[in-house]
Write a protein that binds this ligand. Structure first.
Ligand code: SF4
Length: 285
């Protein structure tokens, strides 16, 4: 049976209709407020480091500016969990900025200065916008736009600072950073010419914290660069990557992906050949 793209919208209206007490009606209204007031996000046509460890097809859609799923509203709780995540980021970033005042050996590095330093060393990263602690950066070498949580000095070593919040059970079992988070922060390392990441995971329930200092090796950098080139090559060759169903959890292109069906996988070499063959004769001279 074909799925109804408006089922989620209907669900929120039905929640209000089903409410039996003023309290239930109030919750239905508050939830609806979070859903309808959330500004819709249209991603720019660029590589997103947070998606680097994810599905290539999803990244292809982002690079092509494809239409995102219509008619589905995010759950109110998912929206407010994101808000909690943003609040935690702010609180932890502010702590790093203020630590020096209490004689604690954490120094916050000004991102603009770090971007300028990277630029002078040949890494084309710029800060496009700064909104409070939130930094929107762009790197021309990899056509990547991203938000970096910060850069710190800790015990005389410079780190990319990366905050992650997660639910208690996941946090409790955590013994190392998530591989996809290492890809993401590893890309920030490439974009700022820094070789270390300080991951700070916080439990959303009781705010316990675990941190992991990770060295981004040349091998890992090469792997990250390879993934970026591969995704960009799919996009430049206009070849839709195959589905990666094990990575479908947070994807806004499910309707389009289903319509497109399965496709063939290409290696980076094959894609480069396709791109070269498609170039007009005079460009190749
Ligand atoms: S729906 Fe799944 S397979 Fe399709 S683009 Fe999204 S993550 Fe990839």
């Amino acid at each position: 049976m074909a799925s109804n793209p408006y089922k989620d919208l209907l669900k929120t209206i039905q929640a209000k209709e089903k409410a039996k007490t003023p309290g239930e009606e109030f919750v239905a209204d508050i939830n609806r407020y979070f859903q309808v007031s959330k500004e819709s996000y249209v991603p720019s046509k660029s590589i997103k480091p947070s998606g680097l460890g994810g599905c290539f097809r999803m990244q292809y859609y982002v690079l092509q500016g494809a239409d995102r799923d219509v008619g589905s509203l995010e759950k109110a709780e998912n929206i407010t969990i994101q808000c909690c995540g943003n609040d935690a980021h702010d609180r932890l970033q502010n702590a790093c900025q203020d630590a020096k005042r209490f004689g604690i050996d954490i120094t916050w590095c000004e991102p603009e200065i770090e971007a300028r330093r990277a630029y002078q060393s040949g890494i084309k990263t710029i800060i496009k916008r700064r909104d409070g602690n939130e930094l929107l950066c762009y790197n021309e070498d990899y056509r990547a736009s991203f938000k970096c949580d910060g850069i710190i000095l800790f015990q005389d070593k410079k780190y990319i600072f990366e905050v992650k919040t997660e639910e208690y059970y996941k946090f409790n079992c955590r013994v190392a950073p998530e591989p996809k988070h290492v890809y993401q922060a590893g890309m920030y390392c490439l974009c700022f010419g820094i070789d270390r990441v300080m991951f700070l995971y916080e439990d959303r329930n009781l705010t316990f914290r675990k941190a992991y200092a990770v060295e981004i090796t040349q091998e890992l950098k090469d792997e990250i660069i390879d993934r970026i080139h591969h995704v960009l090559a799919y996009s430049d060759a206009k070849k839709l990557p195959p589905k990666e169903k094990d990575k479908c959890l947070y994807c806004s292109y499910k309707q389009l992906c289903k319509k497109s069906g399965n496709t063939e996988a290409f290696s980076l070499v094959e894609l480069r050949e396709i791109i070269a063959n498609e170039q007009p004769e005079k460009d190749r001279e």
